[in-house]
Design a protein around this ligand. Structure first.
Ligand code: SD4
Length: 330
C-alpha cells in the first residue's frame, strides 16, 4: 500500500503504478516513494512542494527532502537546496552513495549536481510576485521576534533587542500555505520506505530548515513495526519527533490511530496554537491519522482493497482546539 499527506493524488497514483511493476510491490517501495514524491515536485503540488513556491525573505525557494529505509534504517536527506528541484532524488543519492545522513545548503546542491541532477533556478515569476507583494506589505507576517526595528511593522535588516521577551506563540503566523508531502509505501513482505519533500514555510528567514528532512520528525520507518510521516508547523514539530513517537507507540502496542496522536498530544502540552498532522501505518498496512489546528485533514491511500480504483481520498477530523491553560500565580 502507499499513503500520503494532503490530497496529492498525482503522487499516490505514480507511486502505486511503480509498486505494481512487481508482484505485491516487492522491492519497489523505495522507487515508489521517490518517484511518487518527485511527481509532486515536478507538478509543484499546491506550490508547497518543489520549485516556485513559499519564497523565503530573500525571495528564494528552498527545498528539504528525506528518504527513510525501514529495513536498513538508512536515511538520506537534504535541506536548503536553492537550485535543485528533484530534492527527493538528491536525498536518495545521499542515501545510496554516501555514509552521511543529511547534506545542507549549496554544498548539498553541488553534491546533487556532481551526481547527475540538474541545476536550475527555483524562482518563478509567480514566486517573485509573492515575494514582492510581501515586501510591499512591510514584510508581514514574518518569523522575527525580540529585534528592532519592530518586526510587526517593518522589514529588516534587524538587530537583537534585549529588553523585552516576545513569546513564540504570541506571533500570528499564517500557516495556510505549507503542505509538505509525506509518503509511506509498504510491500507484501512489509518492506517499508517513507519520504518527505517540501519548500517549507513561506516568508521563512533564509537558512531556515523545517522538520521534513529530520529523521524521526518528518518521517520514520522500521520494518519491524511500521512508519509515520508528519506535516505542519515544522519549527515546533521538530522539537518533539512526532513520527518517531508514533512508531514507538505502535511498537509498544498502540493501534496506528492512537499512535499518530501521541506526538501531537505531547506538543499540545506546550503549544496550543500549532498546526500539524501525523500519518501512522503498521507493518501490515493498517493506518491511522491524527491532526490538530485544522478542522479536517485529507490524505490519499493506494491499496489493493479495490484494484479497479486503488487510489482513494480520505480525511479525518482533527483534535478539537485546546484552550490555553491558565497558570495560577501564587
Ligand atoms: C516545514 N513541515 O517546513 C514543513 C511544512 C509543512 O504542511 O509540512 N507544511 O515546516
Amino acid at each position: 500500500m502507499v499513503i500520503n499527506t494532503w490530497n496529492y493524488t498525482v503522487a499516490n497514483v505514480e507511486a502505486w503504478r511503480i509498486l505494481m511493476q512487481s508482484p505485491g510491490g516487492l522491492g519497489q517501495t523505495r522507487n515508489a516513494v521517490v518517484e511518487g514524491i518527485n511527481e509532486c515536485e515536478k507538478q509543484q503540488c499546491r506550490l508547497t512542494v518543489g520549485y516556485g513556491g513559499s519564497p523565503d525573505e530573500r525571495g528564494e525557494t528552498t527545498l528539504d527532502a528525506m528518504v527513510f529505509d525501514g529495513k536498513t534504517m538508512d536515511v538520506g536527506a537534504v535541506a536548503g537546496l536553492r537550485t535543485i528541484n528533484d530534492a527527493i532524488k538528491a536525498a536518495r543519492l545521499v542515501l545510496e552513495h554516501t555514509h552521511h545522513t543529511l547534506l545542507v545548503g549549496d554544498s548539498a546542491s553541488d553534491f546533487a549536481v556532481s551526481m547527475g541532477l540538474k541545476s536550475e533556478s527555483l524562482v518563478t515569476p509567480e514566486s517573485k510576485k509573492m515575494w514582492e507583494q510581501w515586501t510591499a506589505e512591510n514584510c508581514q507576517p514574518n518569523f522575527w521576534r525580540n529585534v528592532y526595528p519592530d518586526p510587526k511593522i517593518s522589514c529588516g535588516p534587524y538587530k537583537p533587542k534585549l529588553t523585552e521577551e516576545i513569546l513564540r506563540h504570541d506571533n500570528e503566523i499564517d500557516h495556510k500555505s505549507h503542505d509538505t508531502i509525506g509518503m509511506i509505501a509498504i510491500d507484501v513482505e512489509s518492506n517499508i520506505h517513507a519520504g518527505t519533500s517540501t519548500n517549507g514555510i513561506i516568508h521563512k528567514i533564509s537558512g531556515r530548515v523545517g522538520d521534513s528532512p529530520i529523521p524521526g520528525s518528518g518521517a520514520y520507518a522500521d520494518n519491524e513495526v511500521g512508519a509515520a510521516v508528519a506535516t505542519g508547523d515544522g519549527d515546533v514539530m521538530m522539537r518533539f519527533l512526532p513520527s518517531f513517537m508514533a512508531v514507538e507507540a505502535m511498537r509498544a502496542g498502540k493501534p496506528p490511530a492512537e499512535a499518530a496522536e501521541v506526538g501531537l498530544r505531547r506538543i499540545l502540552k506546550h503549544y496550543k496554537n500549532f498546526e500539524g498532522a501525523v500519518i501512522a501505518v503498521d507493518r501490515l498496512g493498517t493506518y491511522g491519522v491524527a491532526c490538530y489546528g485544522m478542522k479536517e485533514f485529507p490524505f490519499v491511500v493506494g491499496s489493493p482493497a479495490n484494484m479497479d480504483q486503488p487510489t482513494r481520498h480520505e480525511q479525518v477530523r482533527c483534535i478539537p482546539p485546546q484552550e490555553e491553560v491558565n497558570v495560577v500565580k501564587l
